[in-house]
Design a binder for this molecule. Structure first.
Ligand code: NDP
Length: 246
């Protein structure tokens, strides 16, 4: 580790397990003060213990992202305590259900849209003014190859990730002349609980671990990143440019 995030304030959602847990841990090891958010307190406490024993610091935020007023309050609390935010990683997400699009229960559709899309927008709205206060604001929104692959039965999840990418692209264009850099990330298939639910027949050992994947995502929050409005493909190890019809 190189202290590349020394003194930075970094908010990571979905930090209780999987990719978000590892991003939070590794950002703390790079010197960031991590604001770790999820519902499961046990996972956050385990993360806090690991961060502290490595000499880092974290603030735990047990919050259900369906609590939109809670997301607003979080922005207010960060403003009050630090006056700015340097890094936002909107990583929390749900798979929803793999199903023919016409068979999805309304409740499942709405819950998945709420966590993956509405809460991501609400978080962006809550912290955008704080990221603008940073001299090197970095926003990363977790997407998926599913957003573009049009795979049968993945329509709900794909729609949520495509929506996130659309928000990222517009937000990046709105902030292009600021130090703020806004990108989507496709982590690729990763050995986590979500992947095991999506692909129960797959041998998890064939997949990269969340730790390995997070190590490739963390540098996207460093000061020297210049790209904005793009998707970083972890497997390919590069930013992809969207085709902009104009
Ligand atoms: P996990 O299911 O392992 O972790 C999801 C995280 O999101 C957990 O920390 C969970 O915390 C949090 N979360 C879910 N719902 C809520 C909620 N209502 N409020 C607050 N937090 C919530 O997923 P992964 O680590 O695999 O995925 C991380 C991101 O990467 C997701 O956006 C996913 O779509 C994306 N991705 C993953 C891939 C993979 O192969 N794993 C591939 C492509 C993209 P808690 O339950 O404690 O609230």
């Amino acid at each position: 580790m190189t202290d590349r995030l020394k003194g930075r304030i970094a908010l990571v959602t979905g930090a209780s397990r999987g990719i978000g847990y590892q991003i939070a841990k590794q950002m703390a090891a790079e010197g960031a003060h991590v604001i770790a958010l999820s519902r499961t307190v046990g996972g956050l406490e385990e993360l806090d213990d690991e961060i502290k024993s490595a000499g880092g610091t974290a603030t735990l935020v047990p919050l259900d992202l369906t609590d939109m007023a809670g997301i607003d309050r979080l922005g207010g609390a960060i403003k009050e305590r630090w006056g700015k935010l340097d890094v936002m990683v909107a990583n929390a997400g749900l798979l929803g259900v793999l199903s023919p699009i016409g068979h999805i229960e309304a409740k499942t559709f709405e819950q998945t849209m709420t966590v993956n899309v509405t809460a991501t927008w609400r978080l962006i709205r809550s912290v955008d003014p704080l990221l603008r206060e940073s001299d090197a604001g970095r926003a990363l929104v977790m997407s998926s190859g599913a957003a573009h692959s049009a795979k049968a039965f993945w329509g709900l999840y794909a729609a949520t990730k495509a929506a996130c990418e659309a928000m990222v692209r517009s937000w990046a264009n709105e902030t292009m002349n600021l130090p703020l850099r806004v990108n989507a990330v496709n982590p690729g298939a990763t050995r986590t609980r979500m992947r095991a639910i999506a692909m129960p027949g797959e041998d998890p050992k064939t997949l990269p671990t969340a730790r390995e994947v997070a190590a490739k995502i963390v540098p996207l929050a460093f000061d020297d990143v210049t790209e904005t409005g793009k998707i970083y493909d972890v497997r390919e190890g590069r930013f992809l440019t969207y085709q902009n019809p104009s």
